[in-house]
Write a protein that binds this ligand. Structure first.
Ligand SMILES: [Zn+2]
Length: 269
């Protein structure tokens, strides 16, 4: 084993250490072997018996806190237009604002490997999809659309991770969105044919300009998207740089329309 591989493995081991001080008891103590119903509420530690491990009170409060009353179409939102990179993206819809508790749950899953929150994120994603469908988005049939979908998407993909990030996390942090996508009718999964070829640094602390530079030629499409309307799925959108980079690559591969669904909008002020 060469030095680089050894250093990488040590980093992986260090990165999965538990930071029990920051989390409720339920998050700190959860292990996969425990029964789902034995978990207290992920947000308040009170007893709960829901599949998403959030008690009824916290679930209700969470939706009040985080849910946009109707999904926001960011390609038409004045603030987004002023602050985001939306090149090649035809429609971008988000059902939630990135704030507590969603920010808490996404961080726990993405960066602290707290698998207990997967069910909660999946429930939020389902709720978001439902809101979007009610507003006439994917799978909807209304004319009063928040997104101008003349034609529902033909194919979908999760925004891909680079293989190194997969290896480090040991799982795909967007897998709960995959479950949600299976509930969209008549849409085909092309995730297997789209890869992230460039191991980009974490985007979280970069400026919009650095994000763009970081993401140049980051994706590769190995499926024919000629004439297709593709739906991209991601957890958080901030500047739109990642989605924009992927959208451009999809259009180079023949896609005629690129729409995106992101669970939450981290608004830049
Ligand atoms: Zn609770």
């Amino acid at each position: 084993m060469d030095k680089i591989n050894k250093r990488f493995i040590i980093q992986v081991i260090l990165s999965i250490k538990d930071d029990t001080m920051r989390w409720p008891r339920s998050l700190a103590q959860f292990s996969i072997g425990k029964g789902a119903m034995s978990l207290p509420c992920l947000l308040c530690d009170e007893p709960q018996n829901n599949h998403h491990h959030i008690c009824d009170t916290c679930w209700h409060d969470s939706l009040q806190f985080s849910l946009c009353h109707s999904p926001i179409e960011l390609t038409q939102h004045p603030h987004a237009l002023a602050t985001m990179e939306l090149k090649a993206i035809d429609g971008l819809c988000v059902p939630f604002i990135y704030q507590w508790p969603l920010s808490h749950l996404i961080t726990a899953y993405k960066y602290q490997d707290k698998t207990a929150v997967r069910g909660a994120l999946s429930a939020f994603a389902q709720q978001g999809l439902q809101q979007w469908q009610l507003a006439g988005g994917v799978g909807g049939n209304g004319e009063e659309l928040s997104i101008d979908f003349n034609k529902a998407p033909d194919v979908w993909t999760l925004v891909p991770n680079h293989a190194w990030r997969w290896l480090k996390r040991g799982f795909n942090h967007l897998d709960y969105l995959q479950t949600m996508a299976l509930n969209i009718s008549n849409i085909k999964d092309v995730s297997g044919g789209i890869t992230r070829t460039k191991h980009t640094h974490s985007q979280a602390k970069l400026t919009a300009h650095k994000r763009r530079k970081n993401l140049a030629s980051a994706f590769q499409v190995n499926v024919d998207l000629t004439g297709q309307h593709i739906l991209l799925l991601d957890d958080v959108v901030t500047t739109g740089a990642t989605l924009s980079s992927l959208a451009q690559t999809c259009k180079q591969a023949g896609a005629v329309k690129v729409s995106a669904f992101c669970l939450a909008w981290a608004r830049l002020d």
